[in-house]
Design a protein around this ligand. Structure first.
Ligand SMILES: NC(=O)c1ccc[n+]([C@@H]2O[C@H](COP(=O)([O-])OP(=O)(O)OC[C@H]3O[C@@H](n4cnc5c(N)ncnc54)[C@H](OP(=O)(O)O)[C@@H]3O)[C@@H](O)[C@H]2O)c1
Length: 300
């Protein structure tokens, strides 16, 4: 059954996850990170009940303040945060710092942000390190789940290759894999694989930015529905039963992203044909390297 904007999906742990989040990546400046408080609050007021942040975004404090100011009960908002790649050797400390930043005593979902473990040198450059492995990191994440400090645990930017390695020793199957997914990067193979393991796929960069928003097929379908291209793309995800993490800092566009048209079967199929495996957000450099790992290591 296609998702509708107000729906929740069920994760393998039995908990409900609202199918549309507002993302909380805000940009790199201190001011942008602080401003995320106000626009996360407008998102909650607009009806979002799922906020996606990360230690790396440095917006956990803003998200926590927005949830507090919203006056909603803690259990009414689903909060995701993520372990940053430079914290792989200190999972418990990093998780507790996230809780402190959020001002919460549990999160709904805790993700390994990237499989690779990184060191950052004095110039800010990232260097991959071989230890701990993501398998070892997952065992630490499982402890957080066992202690009930996260209602579900999962991964992000994992492929079939890295999931296969993880699942060999995992006691808890990741509830979620959050990956880049949009009409130019449909990820059908990964989607089928995750479905077969009970792992829910979440789409980040679900719009594919202006590149996909300006695609003539999207623009034409949007005109037919008297909708915007962004609405059509998000509606396409829901028709394919994908949990989505769009981000808007604008109250108007936040509302727009919750008010989606229902596409016909033919329109969904037409958008499916736009896939050509193009990464738009997390792009490897010309040497095929992203955050210190080759695309082969990532299994992309
Ligand atoms: N796990 C990962 O590695 C990873 C990586 C990237 C992102 N993410 C998560 O995914 C979230 C979203 O990712 P994203 O920002 O790359 O993708 P996105 O939501 O597809 O794109 C956001 C961009 O689209 C604009 N926008 C939003 N709604 C719009 C609308 N209705 N019409 C026109 N433009 C619209 C936003 O501008 P305005 O804000 O001005 O509206 C912003 O520039 C992040 O915040 C983060 O939580 C996770």
């Amino acid at each position: 059954m296609p998702f509708l904007p107000g729906d929740s999906a069920t994760l393998s742990t039995g908990i409900q996850i609202p199918v549309i989040a507002n993302g909380a990546y805000a940009g790199s400046t201190t001011q942008q990170k602080a401003e995320a408080k106000d626009w996360t609050l407008t998102a909650i007021k607009a009806g979002y009940r799922h906020i996606d942040t990360a230690s790396w975004y440095e917006t956990e404090k803003s998200v926590g303040l927005a949830v507090k100011e919203s006056g909603l009960k803690r259990e009414e908002v689903f909060i995701t945060t993520k372990l940053r790649p430079t914290d792989h050797s200190r999972v418990q400390e990093a998780f507790n710092e996230s809780l402190t930043n959020l001002g919460l005593d549990y999160v709904d979902l805790y993700l390994i942000h990237w499989p690779q473990c990184l060191d950052q040198d004095a110039d800010g450059k990232f260097k991959p390190v071989s230890s701990p492995t993501f398998v070892e990191v997952w065992a630490e994440i499982e402890k957080i789940f066992e202690q009930k400090k996260a209602r579900a645990i999962g991964v992000s930017n994992f492929s079939i290759k890295t999931l296969e390695i993880l699942l060999k020793t995992a006691k808890v199957v990741p509830a979620v894999n959050q990956v880049e997914l949009h009409p130019y990067l449909v990820q059908n193979e990964l989607r089928e694989y995750c479905k077969s393991k009970g792992i829910v796929i979440e789409a980040y960069t679900p719009s594919g930015y202006d590149k996909v928003r300006s695609d003539p097929v999207i623009v034409e379908i949007a005109q037919k529905h008297n909708a915007t291209p962004n609405q059509v793309i998000l509606a396409w995800h829901l028709a394919r039963e994908i949990v989505i993490v769009p981000k808007s800092a604008s109250e108007e566009r936040q509302k727009e992203n919750l008010n989606l048209p229902v596409l016909s079967h033919d329109e969904v199929k037409q958008i499916d044909t736009l896939d050509h495996g193009e990464r738009i957000s997390a792009k490897p450099n010309p040497d095929g390297i992203i955050l210190g790992w080759t695309v082969e290591e990532l299994g992309w």
